[in-house]
Design a protein around this ligand. Structure first.
Ligand code: SF4
Length: 368
């Protein structure tokens, strides 16, 4: 594999306009061509060594397909991937296998495929050694260390997988995936872990440690916008298969796109949703897609005639990040920063009764 130094500043992984079409028909489709449904539309992104990128979108937004393409488990219909500046499609078999070892997918929603007769220690040690026959004390020790880091109870290390519960099996699958310190992990948490539950996800915590120790890059798929990121982290918001907003860590509590506002975690907006629906569920209900226009058009409180055309991703005047919306939230508006959970900024944004005939802001709409 060619080293990145030889190709200058090429990112670890680059997605070049990847699209995914699937056969069949269902509601909420992006577009049809010969019966095919496009669920991901020309997504481009770069992931550098040590990056943390969140792919954020409600169910059906296309983020799951994007993650599958990035991890090599799904071939895109159009576009492609570059690894360290080289098109993956043009690599030989051995080089592609090397890329697959360095860019791995970890999907908590997929059956991990563990041998039910084997123990957690044996499975992870085998991954470390390359084969069961090569396992030695060093691999066994490292396997136990990894399992402990991921929160597998010590008394379960030597239990056959058949006697473990689903959560334990997922942790073992995660340990096996990261055993050889891949350079990029595309992680899709268990659906119930999204949002604030991710703070307690032991797999994500372990991946973050791996990132610090080994500069392993992470792409995390989430239904809700993450709130507390470190400088340099970013979130890419996908609606109807299209990239609609790119938020740096500092702007995570101040999205500009009406769709992104529906993806704010419940503790990021007050008053709470009075119908009890989580934001992602609400966004999914609104996620009716259009052929050429903005994919959020039918659910958007700001939609007007120009929204029949898909807006470009660009930076509005006064904003510090890019958004694809003809009528984004005003970045100079009264959405002042606030401490987590206080809702002070939102209160400032919504204080006072709107005058009759006033159009609700996208943020007010998202808050119900
Ligand atoms: S204002 Fe228009 S372009 Fe912006 S999200 Fe709403 S429908 Fe889409």
């Amino acid at each position: 594999m060619q080293k990145s130094a030889e190709v200058g500043a090429a990112p670890l992984l680059r997605a070049r306009g990847i699209s995914v079409e699937v056969p069949g028909s269902r509601s909420g489709v992006l577009r049809r061509r010969g019966g095919a449904v496009r669920v991901l539309d020309r997504l481009s992104l770069d992931v550098g060594a040590g990056d943390l990128v969140w792919l954020v979108g409600a169910p059906g937004s296309g983020v799951v397909q994007a993650a599958a393409v990035l991890s090599g488990r799904l071939a895109p219909t159009a576009g492609g991937l570059d690894f360290e500046g080289l098109p993956v499609a043009g690599l030989g078999r051995r080089q592609r296998a090397a890329v697959r070892r360095q860019v791995v997918g970890l999907d908590a929603d997929v059956e991990p495929g563990l041998d039910p007769k084997r123990t957690a220690t044996a499975i992870v040690a085998t991954a470390l050694a390359g084969s069961a026959r090569s396992v030695g004390p060093e691999q066994l020790q490292r396997a136990r260390q990894l399992l402990a880091e991921l929160g597998v109870p010590v008394e379960r290390f030597e239990t056959p997988v058949a006697d473990l519960d689903d959560a334990e099996a997922r942790l073992i699958a995660a340990a096996r995936t990261v055993a050889n310190a891949p350079r990029l992990v595309i992680y899709r948490p268990w659906p119930t872990d999204v949002g604030s539950g991710l703070d307690r996800d032991p797999v994500l915590a372990a991946l973050r440690r791996l990132r610090v120790e080994s500069a392993t890059a992470l792409v995390v798929v989430s239904e809700l916008l993450p709130l507390d990121l470190s400088p340099g982290d970013r979130a890419l918001v996908v609606c109807g298969g299209r990239l609609v907003e790119v938020l740096p860590a500092a702007d995570m509590r101040h999205p500009l796109h009406p769709y992104t506002l529906t993806l704010l975690a419940p503790d990021a907006a007050e008053p709470a949703y009075d119908d009890g629906a989580v934001p992602a569920a609400r966004a999914a209900a609104l996620d009716v897609l259009h052929d050429a226009g903005c994919p959020f058009r039918s659910g958007c409180p700001r939609a007007k005639a120009p929204c029949a055309r898909m807006p470009h991703l660009e930076r509005p005047l006064g904003a510090t990040h890019d958004v694809a919306c003809h009528f984004p939230e005003d970045p100079r508006g009264p959405t002042t920063p606030r401490a987590p959970g206080t809702g002070a900024g939102v209160a400032a944004a919504t204080a006072g009764e709107p005058e009759e005939g006033d159009e609700p802001t996208a943020r007010e709409f998202a808050q119900g």
